[in-house]
Design a protein around this ligand. Structure first.
Ligand code: NAD
Ligand code: UFG
Length: 338
């Protein structure tokens, strides 16, 4: 297929481009590089021995985006839409920035797609659309609610995409609700490269292990979980990337709007993740347990059965694989892509 990948230079996008190239898809990436480097795409091409096209374009620039679609020698068959901001805390500080970059940019993208007769899209949604769930595992039919501007931007985009389909059922829309992506490609050449001090657990752990940060703070030890720390559904980024390949195949069946949880279905606590990391790497992760981080749910993990049944997809990599691959990437690239 001829694919447009927005945000393809980023963490999940670069791993997905790699899997798509392996399947011989033609890829055009648009990314404004606000949270990534073109180096990730250079490495993706080096690993696969295959080429992709790259345009440094901001989705908020509708004309530039339109030019990319117009300049294709073969029509785009589908869009995979990763581009957006993703830091919950930052979204609380700068809500307008998040609504512009996550919602307005998606409106631009859909308008440009429609004008160019492209009506197949896979959207990077998140388990954050389930809010603070009362019951786990969460399943796709639960009502959606956002607990912060980032989460609400994902809920809004899901609603917009549903409305677009209601108005014109030529659209096919895959809403992929990711749980907690971690890990890196097994080559150790591409991985997560956060700007500044990481917010997320695994990048923080690996920077402590390599000596860039002194110690990890475990946010909360008094939750009603087995060991008192929060439980999440961590998923290897390569499994997640493969999920996109499967979702694309699903879109070819003209399913309308479909939503899938992409997770393992298995929850791990923060303390279990630290133990798994220490076991597979042989490195110590000094940590202290502090108070809770505001907004954190005690437990969030998903039921991935629908993706298994309808996409013939399931996560295959273990928490140990996730930690091992994160560490390989961190050791080989202590300063990320710099
Ligand atoms: P990332 O920041 O590594 O990748 C996003 C990419 O989009 C970056 O390369 C960035 O430069 C680009 N971008 C941002 N705004 C843009 C714009 N206006 N125009 C063009 N490019 C733009 O993040 P990621 O972890 O790869 O996440 C990808 C998607 O998945 C995001 O939509 C995110 O919200 C969603 N998601 C991520 C997680 C996670 O934990 N990583 C969980 C659930 C959902
Ligand atoms: N944690 C720590 N110490 C840290 C960082 C994280 O103890 O330094 C804990 C958190 O409290 C949480 C767990 O590790 O219990 C995972 O935290 P992350 O920040 O890695 O991930 P979250 O589950 O908070 O957030 C992720 C994505 C969001 C998305 C959300 C949906 O980063 O984009 O899942 O639930 F909105």
């Amino acid at each position: 297929m001829n694919l447009l990948v927005t945000g393809g230079a980023g963490y999940i996008g670069s791993h997905t481009c790699l899997e798509l190239l392996k399947q011989n898809h033609n890829i055009t990436v648009v990314d404004n590089l606000s949270n990534s480097s073109e180096e990730s795409l250079r490495r993706v091409q080096q690993i696969t021995g295959k080429k992709l096209s790259f345009y440094k374009v901001d989705l908020l620039d509708r004309d530039a985006l339109n030019n990319v679609l117009q300049s294709q020698s073969k029509k785009i068959d589908a869009v995979i839409h990763f581009a957006g901001f993703k830091a919950v805390g930052e979204s609380v500080q700068r809500p307008l920035w998040y609504y512009q970059n996550n919602v307005q940019s998606t409106l631009n993208l859909c308008e440009v797609m429609d004008a160019n007769g492209v009506r197949n899209i896979i959207f990077s949604s998140s388990c954050t659309v389930y809010g603070n769930p009362d019951v786990v595992p969460v399943h796709e039919d639960l009502p959606l609610s956002g607990t912060n501007p980032y989460g609400r931007s994902k809920v809004m985009v899901e609603q917009v995409l549903n409305d677009i389909y209601q108005a014109d059922n030529r659209w096919n829309i895959g809403l992929l609700r990711y749980f907690n992506p971690i890990g890196a490609h097994e080559s150790g050449q591409i991985g997560e490269d956060p700007l500044g001090i990481p917010n997320n657990l695994l990048p923080y752990i690996s920077q402590v292990a390599i000596g860039k940060l002194k110690q990890l703070t475990v946010f909360g030890g008094d939750y009603s979980t087995a060991d008192g720390s929060c439980v999440r559904d961590y998923i290897h980024v390569v499994d997640l990337a493969v999920g996109h390949v499967k979702a694309l195949e699903k879109l070819e069946e003209n399913p309308g709007v479909v939503a899938y949880n992409l997770g393992t279905g298995q929850g791990y606590s923060v303390l279990e993740v630290i133990a798994a990391f220490e076991k597979v790497t042989g490195e110590k992760v000094p940590h202290i347990i502090s108070g809770r981080r505001s907004g954190d749910a005690a437990e969030c993990y998903g039921n991935p059965e629908k993706a298994k049944m309808e996409l013939s997809w399931q996560a295959e990599r273990s928490i140990e694989d996730m930690c091992r691959d994160t560490w390989r990437w961190q050791k080989a690239n202590p300063n990320g892509y710099c």
